[in-house]
Design a protein around this ligand. Sequence first.
Ligand SMILES: Cc1ncc(COP(=O)(O)O)c(C=O)c1O
Length: 370
Amino acid sequence: MRYVRMPIEVESPEQVGYDAIRYNLCESSMRDRTVAELGLDLDVGRMLLLYGDHRGHSGLRALLAAEGGCDPDQVLLTTGAAGALFIVSTTLLEAGDHLVVLRPNYATNIETPRAIGAQSSYVELTFEDGWQWSVDQVAAAMTPRTRLVSVTTPHNPTGVVVPREQLARLAELVAARGAHLLVDETYRDLTIEEPAPFATTLGPHVISVASLSKAYGLPGLRLGWLMTRDPALNERFLAAKEQIFICGPVLDEELAYRVYARRATERPVIAAGVAAGRAIMRDWIARETAMEWVEPAGGVVCFPRIRPDAPVDVARFYAALTGDHRTWVGPGHWFEQHDRYMRIGFGWPTADELRGGLAAISASLRAATL
Ligand SMILES: Cc1ncc(COP(=O)(O)O)c(C=O)c1O
């Protein structure tokens, strides 16, 4: 494995220091919550810190399995969705293997296959196409050596949601070519409408990955999962998990179970938060003449850009934004794109913080206009 640190991690708020930031518009999750805010009736003192079930908390797995059309033993809890993605990539790919992956993307979906030495073909998403991709584009990128096709929906950083029918056609294509389909659904619950069932329902060759980090504002729990209906593949994933972690943290898994068990009451609150943040963004974009966007259909991030014809010095813009306004967005290079693009997170800040951060972006654009 050839590990390289990714800019999105090196420059992340937790590494820069949250205190250094006034308006944090670079998070992709809802606001982080305290244990007290979760309001759980949990007697931590009585919890036995034994080695837990290697697949993870059976109650949580049963809840997830019901939404993924699979058996609880076909769900594997992991250290965040990141842990699941690592297990999937290192299990399915070896040096020289070919995969097809969307770009831009959550950096790990691109970087881990690279670290393995796999050969990636990118489906390059563009602003002009509304960040959409087609099944034909994926088909054209596949080769006889393709082992894995990797898509993300709702997508990071653009917020594009792949229609169910398109995902089903993709699953058919990938099955016909004898490969596996990874669907990173980490933002699944961050939609206004009730989301579709987990992608595992589309076939035994489909692997679904998600976590509680984003929608539930719990990234510090490090609680994610992968699911697949292929029993042999499941055993390999479990072998990988056992060799890395043996099992997950029992305390965190119990907390996660308690929160996810009340998903029905959490979901409307999440949906309202998504709608409220998106409305503030929409209002600002309509007024900010130097920016344009593709409105996201899911998640709490969007990937607008400084208009190509806006005479803005991009380096000066970021210097003003971070230096004068202590405001953080996710610059394009976090996603291997030009820095005229930026990811703005609208779920994590309060409404006032979001408006303050957007005003700081506007002021920095003016300060950097040539
Ligand atoms: C698409 C996607 N997948 C996975 C992850 C990792 O999330 P987690 O905190 O659950 O490890 C992220 C985090 O930003 C993400 O954007």
